[in-house]
Design a protein around this ligand. Structure first.
Ligand code: BT5
Length: 332
């Protein structure tokens, strides 16, 4: 029998489809490999966190899958994706998925390559802030894009990511997640996730963009460090249930794939229109802090470039390209 590498996804599929134990001999014959090769592949899956029971007379039984693993994400994404997630890199712990994505992009990896890590030791927010990234709980991923867009269109990629994440979270969890301009995923007033878009560009075109996404999934309130306790939340905190990070990552990548296609074919407006339906900023009285100045007024909308249009108290309009927005509570 010729030696063949067995794809982990194939073994998992077989184990998931079998009702009860599946013998090593049967699996070997279905896959056209030796029993020793099956045994070796099962050993690797166990290392990845799969709990697989092995009984000499019966064979193998899949007892539990890890809640984040590359094989499960591939199984969701591969049959449907046009671009996003065709190439996936998975790590246990790295400084930052955006940093690793930058390195891969500079070496020429294709449009749509995705980097996922179980933990980050130097997760990044905007403006040098840090992103709390403990292991085993949350999602940290970065998508490498090579769109034929100009640098001023990069904000559309942040809007697109917010749309993809919010839609995926809403359908996977039925939580009323929404988007707070420019890059926050929120539930109520609390931050569930954030997006960090970084680009390498010439004067008139993007060479590559890295869209980083961090979402708190199964994080307990008690495990949140003091600095984010009052402002952050997680899917677990909001719903009381644990969610599969692979399922959520898969759903986000498929939504991203769909909206990336729309952006490239139909333009920025389609994405901005969808963003408006999912945002909780528009129509509210807000305080918007830019680097050196703070504005207060009503958030009236976003323009085609994703800039926030504020109607200030004196009736004039101001457009913001970046900043931090907080909703101003009006006295009743
Ligand atoms: C963001 O920045 O919200 C962008 C976060 C992007 C993180 C992802 S994870 C995968 C990829 N790789 C990276 O290295 N980064 C991306 P900003 O709007 O600047 O918000 C940062 C602020 O959010 C911090 O100063 C904290 O106040 C708060 N924060 C930090 N960690 C948090 C967490 N896990 N959950 C909620 N809030 C957090």
């Amino acid at each position: 029998m010729t030696r063949r590498r067995i794809k982990r996804e194939t073994i998992i599929d077989l184990l998931k489809e079998s009702h009860g134990y599946l013998s090593g001999t049967e699996m070997a014959s279905l896959l056209g490999v030796t029993r020793a090769a099956v045994w070796k592949a099962i050993g690797l899956l166990k290392k990845d966190g799969y709990v697989i029971e092995a009984l000499p007379a019966k064979g193998y039984l899949l007892v539990k899958s890890p809640d984040l693993c590359i094989a499960d994400i591939k199984r969701i994404v591969s049959p449907e994706t046009k671009k996003i997630g065709n190439d996936l890199f998975f790590y246990d712990s790295i400084p930052s998925t955006n940093m690793v994505a930058m390195e891969l992009a500079s070496k020429g990896c294709p449009d749509g390559t995705v980097v996922i890590s179980d933990a980050q030791t130097a997760g990044k927010g905007r403006l040098g802030r840090s992103w709390i990234s403990p292991p085993g709980k949350n999602l940290y991923l970065s998508i490498i894009l090579r769109p034929a867009l100009s640098p001023r269109d990069a904000t559309a990629l942040t809007l697109l990511a917010a749309v993809a994440c919010t839609s995926a979270i809403r359908s996977a969890t039925s939580l009323a997640a929404s988007i707070k301009w420019p890059n926050d995923l929120i539930v109520g007033q609390r931050k569930l996730g954030g997006i960090l878009t970084e680009i390498k560009a010439d004067i008139d075109h993007i060479i590559y963009a890295i869209v980083g996404i961090g979402i708190n999934v199964n994080l307990n309130a008690e495990d949140m460090p003091e600095e984010i306790k009052a402002i952050a939340t997680s899917i677990f905190v909001e719903t009381g249930g644990h969610f599969s990070r692979s399922d959520l990552a898969g759903a986000i990548l498929l939504e991203f794939d769909k909206w990336y296609g729309h952006l490239l074919r139909k333009g920025k407006k389609v994405v901005a229109d969808e963003w408006l339906t999912l945002s909780s900023t528009i129509g509210k009285r807000v305080r918007a802090a830019a680097v050196n100045q703070t504005f207060e007024g009503v958030a009236e909308g976003i323009d085609d470039d994703g800039l926030l249009i504020l109607k200030l108290n004196d009736g004039t309009y101001h457009k913001m390209s970046a900043g931090d927005v907080s909703i101003v509570r009006t006295k009743s």
